[in-house]
Design a protein around this ligand. Structure first.
Ligand code: SAH
Ligand code: SF4
Length: 440
């Protein structure tokens, strides 16, 4: 979502004469868009600000002013502290107020600015749409936020405090944004939300619309070949959404469905409000609707109170599901969350050891998933030249990177590729040709 937000920040500033550049030494304005989800992500900010201070001084000695801004969830949670600890920072603003960026930047030329209130107005009503040239530059795949914030209050998680309450954007605004992206060459859209499947935005008649219905609407947009959505909560996987996986050819057979733990005791203490059995039943139901679906997930090891037995239950759940990929983390106590105050915190060396074991298993599953692709033919959205000359590359329906020999003229199309080799991180394939002639 930070990638999406960053693009929208750029879109907000472009009409005011700003341009996105890759050479930081030439930037008049530097915005650091931050993540607060784990301590490691948060701490990166302060080390980065040290670098910014040197850069600002270097530019100053060449008579160039530099404005430094901190955006995102660390700004939301620790705005005052950032202002105190880092005098180099000119402006600080949270994830819900970046539509005000043009005025904030203007003001920051004269005084330090902090804006971490949750505004009454909806930022999406004020953000300009992306220019066609910007969309083209960003490539064939795009993110689109449809829902933000969360009311679930899992006891480990800061999201409800930093992103705020759950809010869904209206259907019409999403359709308009999707059409704008497609007009700029986008072929694949990933719908975003902290709890994307809790989406319930109003349609044109003021009626609450489910994510499944929204996907059906988006699937009608000509030129939009692929749809994905992330991240989903198991409790919000409605029957119509499961059915959509069987009904919509555009919806890719890949679902990110975090479970966090396989222990019911830990799930309860995390306030996840589902059991491991419920999760496993759900996966079964989804696989019935779409047999070739691949599942990815998120796991936290070392949540307070997690015993060896609880951890083994997570390992068992992973073995039962068989993930195509996954993200796994050591529990990181976040200030202000109930988990941080729980008594029986798991010692760091135990967290480290459990994470290593978990990742060995998840990596094995990913290796196996990729190896099983060998011999299969699958559609690849070709979006770039390969690193090796003569090669081009793209993404499979399962988000795997695929590379193969082919002409750069094919970039922008979806072609059938026969997979001939695979390792953990990428697949090698060849274009499917009929009678030695490339299929057009
Ligand atoms: N809404 C999604 C998750 C969003 S946060 C869901 O409910 O599944 C992304 C991931 O970060 C989470 O799935 C979780 O695995 C991880 N995470 C969140 N808070 C964490 C914490 N305090 N320590 C470690 N990992 C955390
Ligand atoms: Fe955080 Fe997801 Fe739980 Fe919401 S549902 S509190 S975003 S982990």
């Amino acid at each position: 979502m930070n990638v999406y937000d960053t693009n929208r920040m750029i879109d907000a500033l472009v009409p005011h004469g700003y341009e996105n550049i890759s050479d930081i030494e030439n930037a008049d304005l530097i915005l650091l868009n931050t993540c607060h989800i784990r301590e490691k992500a948060s701490e990166k900010l302060f080390s980065e600000l040290g670098r910014m201070k040197e850069l600002k001084e270097r530019r100053k000695s060449n008579d160039k002013e530099t404005l430094i801004g901190v955006a995102g969830c660390v700004a939301q949670a620790q705005g005052e502290e950032i202002m105190k600890r880092a005098p180099v920072v000119n402006l600080v603003f949270g994830p819900q107020s970046y539509h005000r960026l043009p005025e904030m930047v203007k003001k920051a030329n004269d005084e330090r600015v902090i804006d971490t209130q949750f505004p009454k107005e909806d930022k999406f009503d004020f953000l300009p749409k992306a220019k066609k040239s910007s969309t083209i530059k960003r490539g064939l795949t795009a993110f689109l936020t449809v829902q933000e914030g969360c009311d679930k209050f899992c006891t480990f998680c800061v999201v409800p405090y930093t992103r705020g309450v759950e809010q869904s954007r209206p259907v019409a605004a999403i359709i308009a944004e999707a059409k704008n992206l497609v007009a700029g060459g986008v072929r694949e859209i990933t719908l975003l939300g902290q709890n994307v499947n809790a989406y319930h935005g109003e349609n044109e008649h003021g009626v609450a619309t489910s994510l499944a219905k929204l996907l059906h609407r988006l699937a009608q947009i000509e030129g939009l070949e692929r749809l994905r959505y992330t991240t989903s909560h198991p409790n919000d996987m409605g029957d119509d959404l499961i059915a959509a996986h069987g009904d919509l050819a555009q919806l890719m057979p890949y679902l990110h469905l975090p479970v966090q733990s396989g222990s019911d005791k830990i799930l309860k203490s995390m306030n996840r409000s589902h059991t491991s059995k419920k999760y496993l039943n759900l996966i079964e139901k989804i696989k019935k609707a779409r047999p070739d679906i691949a599942i990815s997930g998120d796991f936290i090891v070392g949540f307070p109170g997690e015993s060896d037995k609880d951890f083994e239950e997570t390992i068992n759940l992973i073995k039962q599901v068989g993930y195509s990929s996954a993200y796994s983390f050591k529990y990181s106590p976040r200030p202000g969350t109930p988990g941080a105050l729980m008594q029986d915190q798991v010692p760091e060396p135990v967290r480290v050891e459990r994470l290593a074991r978990l990742q060995i298993l998840l990596n094995e599953q990913q290796d196996e998933f990729n190896k099983n692709m060998v011999g299969q033919i699958m559609p690849v959205l070709i979006d770039k030249r390969g690193r090796v000359s003569g090669q081009i590359g793209g993404r499979s329906p399962y988000l795997q990177a695929v590379h193969f020999d082919g002409s750069p003229d094919l970039i922008g199309s979806i072609r059938d590729i026969k997979i001939i080799a695979g390792d953990r991180h990428s697949l090698k394939g060849e274009l499917v040709r009929e009678n030695g002639v490339e299929v057009v």
